[in-house]
Design a protein around this ligand. Structure first.
Ligand SMILES: NC(=O)CC[C@H](N)C(=O)O
Length: 309
């Protein structure tokens, strides 16, 4: 069984850590630029509930795009497959996560998948509730449930920083409003989306969420089904086809596990039926993925034969 000690993981982390210097922290959301590019941490959650970890494991990062897979699960639970996929498609774009170009090219105009910003905004729009507060509470409660961590909260500073600078996301929303994919107030939707992206986790939380997806929705300790297995499988499929933005193809070849990254440098991995993996490493490559995190996953995948292909 792979990785049976923290020391083993520590050695792999040290090898991957050297790659941090090749990346840069995201600064298009000003508050994210405060992150330390040299940070790296990893946790692996086994299906029997044991967990191994290395690095600055308690350091928090915000979920950013990793939240997209969580709101997708929630929207599918609340509204069902038919409704969700009437508003958002199934296909990878090959474009950067915040690109607008395919929205105008597809006919009828709808976001190509729920992992790009346009698709994620359309999914967040579906989360039901009478106010932004009620809807956000639902999202954060779901993150608490999946991570088994009742202490989860969000960074007001990061949420505010993104809300004030999110002009491209505003443009995506207005375009989608014109085409009836969304019909709520754009500022309210952005308020909810930026809060969702600002939920704080560490690599242990990410690994714990990862194992729930890996086990098709089951919590490893209690065996409770936290979401229908069909929904966990839809989410994992999108993680394979679009989870690492427009680097998902190369990632499938090099690593071969369902994963979702975020511009805070987080990566959520789910090795089917085996492990949840959580990584935090804020230095990013030019596609927005954690450079050292990618390296770490590549080493783990080779060493422990993790690829599902
Ligand atoms: N790739 C990401 O992590 C993007 C999430 C970020 N909140 C945005 O909308 O730009």
């Amino acid at each position: 069984m792979p990785c049976q000690s923290n020391e083993e993981l520590e050695n792999i982390l040290l090898e991957a850590k050297q790659y941090s210097s090749k990346g840069k922290v995201a600064d298009y959301i000003p508050a994210l630029s405060k992150a330390n590019p040299a940070d790296l941490s990893v946790a692996i959650y086994h299906s029997d509930g044991t967990c191994y970890s290395a690095g600055c494991i308690h350091k928090k990062i915000t979920l950013q795009s990793i939240s997209k897979v969580i709101t997708l699960a929630l929207a599918l639970i609340e509204s069902g497959e038919e409704f969700v996929f009437s508003k958002v498609g199934y296909e990878p774009t090959g474009d950067p996560f915040n690109s607008i170009v395919k929205l105008e090219m597809s006919n009828p105009s709808k976001p190509l998948n729920p992992m790009i910003n346009a698709g994620a905004l359309a999914v967040t729009h579906m989360i039901k509730g009478s106010s932004v507060e009620e809807r956000f509470q639902k999202i954060i409660d779901f993150v608490k449930l999946l991570s088994g961590n009742q202490e989860i909260s969000y960074s007001k500073e990061v949420a505010k920083s993104e809300f004030e600078t999110s002009h491209l996301n505003r443009a995506l929303c207005f375009f989608m409003k014109q085409h009836s994919i969304i019909n709520e107030d754009v500022e309210e939707l952005l308020d909810l989306y930026t809060k969702q992206c600002s939920i704080e986790v560490n690599c242990l939380d990410l690994a714990r969420i990862g194992i729930v997806f890996a086990l098709d929705g089951k919590e490893p300790i209690t065996n409770k089904q936290l979401m229908p297995s069909s929904i966990a499988r839809i989410c994992k499929t999108f993680m394979v086809t679009c989870g690492m933005y427009n680097a998902s193809g190369e990632f499938a070849v090099r690593v071969g596990i369902p994963a979702k990254s975020g511009v805070s440098g987080g990566i959520l991995g789910a090795v089917p039926a085996r492990f949840g993996i959580g990584i935090s490493g804020p230095a990013l490559d030019d596609k927005g993925n954690s450079v050292a995190g990618l390296k770490l996953l590549e080493i783990l995948a080779k060493k422990y034969d993790l690829s599902m292909f």
